[in-house]
Design a protein around this ligand. Structure first.
Ligand code: BG6
Length: 486
């Protein structure tokens, strides 16, 4: 018998910009992820460089003038906007209990500051979420997975401005009022710590327009903390009993050696990259170590009166995080560096890596679950976990992805261990349940799904869906509540 609770939420996750496409349909406004450029002819090095590339005024202008979807993969995604009914059938067949997707702000308020919401956008999400419930699938809605209406950037400076906070609050209120009875779990921000590592994705900053880039990043983060608290407050008022989570990208780090310097570096990495954000959202205050961090970064955040009280009175109901890999901590520069989610880091000789260099560390998931629960005693959800790989659609129309099954199996086993350790883990939404455009590299060929989508990096292909071997594996895992992992 597995140790997973009987109502454990086995699920799958995607995000609007990576899946939906239909960038100009349904009266949708232009959003910030529609502006990210990719060329399928790029060699690997350029693809990697593009991963966390800074937005510049020139790139921004070029993208604003471009009308094509060809070089802007987020404009086409996997056309989930048109295929969702068929895709949900596959999720249902798999036995999925929870579906995580994001709502695109620019579908609800095309410009962000429009006087009224866009009815077509609301109807789209009503239909999508109603169908999920009809199929017995609960909904985990991310309110913001990076992309905001571009107009909020050109008109107000995006997250640098309190105006964006105001419009975000109004967007949230619209969602709670219109979709409240169709959403089971709310997530105001995907990976709120992303701004530090990818300032365009996280807070929509144009680098060469910022005199004080670091300051701008943390000012935006403060505004997002305020926005997060406003979302929690509004949800609890409009939808009593609603569950609102706080999420980070979890960068689990180990001291590279038992040298005290490495151990200290690991503590600092954990605090600065992870806990700062969850401390604010779950404990409701800026932790003491941030004073030194800001001093060293030369950052001095402007806070308005009432911000600190608001943040302290409106903490989240649960914590969620994405977990893909772990890194080593050390200030010794001689370590080999390898790629990872959002940032690169020091290589661990005990771990294998994915095709993209991300270090595979299932035990790190158990470690991070214990750390997270021990620190906050809040229910935890794994909102993303999976492996990006170069899958091949074989002549038999199958994808024999035993490497993915292996990755998932080992991570599921470690979740079970964490539950046995006493962690209140209540759900798991596997990332990229269906192949979507990669957020980091914008490649379609970096596939996470248990469902294959026949499209290549240039957007060519039938867009047909095929079940991979991992589809059947995950179905069995769900059906047996994590008992049969063969
Ligand atoms: C997470 C993001 O950080 O990592 C997702 O929330 C993203 O949007 C995922 O897709 C995997 O990263 P990538 O770069 O492989 O798509």
């Amino acid at each position: 018998m597995s140790r997973f609770p009987k109502d454990f939420l086995w699920g799958g996750a995607i995000a609007a910009s990576q899946a939906d496409g239909a960038w100009q349909d349904g009266n949708k406004g232009l959003d910030t992820q529609d502006l990210r450029y990719f060329d399928a002819a790029w060699e690997n090095e350029m693809r990697q460089e593009n991963r966390n590339i800074n937005m510049t005024a020139q790139r921004f202008t070029n993208a604003m003038q471009a009308e094509n979807t060809e070089m802007y993969p987020f404009r086409r995604g996997i056309d989930f906007y048109y295929t969702w009914k068929e895709d949900l059938k596959l999720f249902h067949e798999m036995g999925m209990k929870l579906f995580r997707t994001s709502i695109n702000w620019a579908r609800i308020y095309p410009n962000g500051d429009d006087p009224k919401p866009n009815e077509q956008g609301i109807q789209f999400y009503k239909a999508l979420f109603t169908e999920c419930h009809r199929l017995g699938i609960k909904v985990f809605a991310t309110i913001l997975h990076y992309n905001i209406p571009v107009h909020l950037v050109t008109e107000y400076g995006g997250w640098k401005s309190r105006e964006t906070v105001k419009y975000y609050e109004r967007y949230c209120i619209t969602l709670f009022e219109e979709l409240g009875d169709l959403v089971d779990y709310w997530l105001p921000f995907n990976e709120i710590n992303c701004s530090r590592f990818n300032p365009w994705n996280g807070c929509c900053l144009i680098k060469d327009q910022e005199a004080e880039y670091n300051h701008a990043i943390f000012q935006c983060t403060h505004h997002q903390f305020v926005a997060n608290a406003l979302a929690v407050k509004a949800a609890h008022k409009i939808l009593p009993g609603s569950k609102v989570g706080g999420m980070i990208a979890r960068f689990t780090s180990y001291p590279a050696t038992c040298k005290p310097d490495d151990v200290m570096q690991s503590i600092l990495d954990e605090n600065y990259k992870n806990y700062f954000y969850t401390d604010v959202m779950a404990r409701g205050k800026y932790p003491s170590y941030t004073e030194r961090m800001f001093e060293e970064l030369g950052v001095d955040i402007e806070k308005e009166s009432g911000d600190i009280e608001l943040i302290s009175e409106n903490t989240v109901d649960f914590l969620a995080y994405s977990y893909y890999m772990s890194m080593l901590s050390s200030n010794d520069p001689n370590y080999e560096i390898t790629s990872g989610n959002l940032l690169s880091g020091k290589k661990n000789p005990y771990l294998k890596s994915s095709d993209w260099g991300w270090q595979i560390d299932p035990i790190g998931l158990r470690i991070s679950l214990n750390q997270m629960y021990d620190r906050y005693q809040l229910p935890v959800m794994i909102a993303e976990n999976g492996i990006g790989a170069k899958d091949i659609l074989e002549a038999d129309k199958g994808v024999h992805d035993d490497y993915r099954i292996e990755y998932l199996r080992e991570h599921v086993r470690q979740m079970e261990e964490a539950i046995a350790d006493g962690v209140d883990l209540f759900g798991y939404t596997m990332w990229g349940i269906i192949d979507i455009v990669s957020c980091g590299t914008l490649e379609m060929s970096k596939r996470y799904g248990v469902i294959y989508v026949d499209r290549d990096d240039a957007g060519h292909g039938s867009n047909q869906r095929y079940k991979k071997d991992s589809f059947h594996w995950y179905k069995k895992c769900i059906a047996t509540n994590g008992d049969d992992l063969r």
